[in-house]
Write a new protein. Sequence first.
Length: 194
Amino acid sequence: MPDILDEILANNERFLQQTQLPHVGHAPRKHTAVVTCMDCRLINMFEPALGLERGDVLELRTAGATISTPDRPQAANDLIRSLAGGVYLLGVRRVLVIGHTECGLANVNPTVLTASMQALGVDPQELIQKEGLGDLNGLVNWTGAFNDVHVNVQEVVNVIRSSPYLPRIPVHGLVIDINTGKLTLVDRDSRSSL
Ligand SMILES: [Zn+2]
């Protein structure tokens, strides 16, 4: 495998020679935060599909565009922390949660997950015990795995809407088709923006 770090450093030198970026402020122009997945196929596709330019929105990416189950009740997790920073420090007044089809976090097979962990020297049972995850289901929930992307988007929307850390701003839910870029609305929030 060629060293990705060397490759990236060489690419970066070329980039600096060829490109001079205009200065853009850190507050998102469209006063919007977008929560989506880490999927590699979103690169060079996601923003054009939404018509977004550099400086327009905050982009927050988590595996599955989700919040894992142990974090959900108080929703005091890192995604909420990031949204709070966006709202209170950077002027965000609406949130879009955008899951995608064919997500790696959909329908996670527990056997494949534990076999992969074992192959890399991590004992799933020991982890479940040490971290108080209960059982294999608890471990799968910890990864944030889900069965239906639409249901997951709706759940994440609900968690964000009900977070005590955030004001009552509109939180919309959508799903993007990873192959075509087509957006489908899951939940349009009827709350008006502050
Ligand atoms: Zn995904």
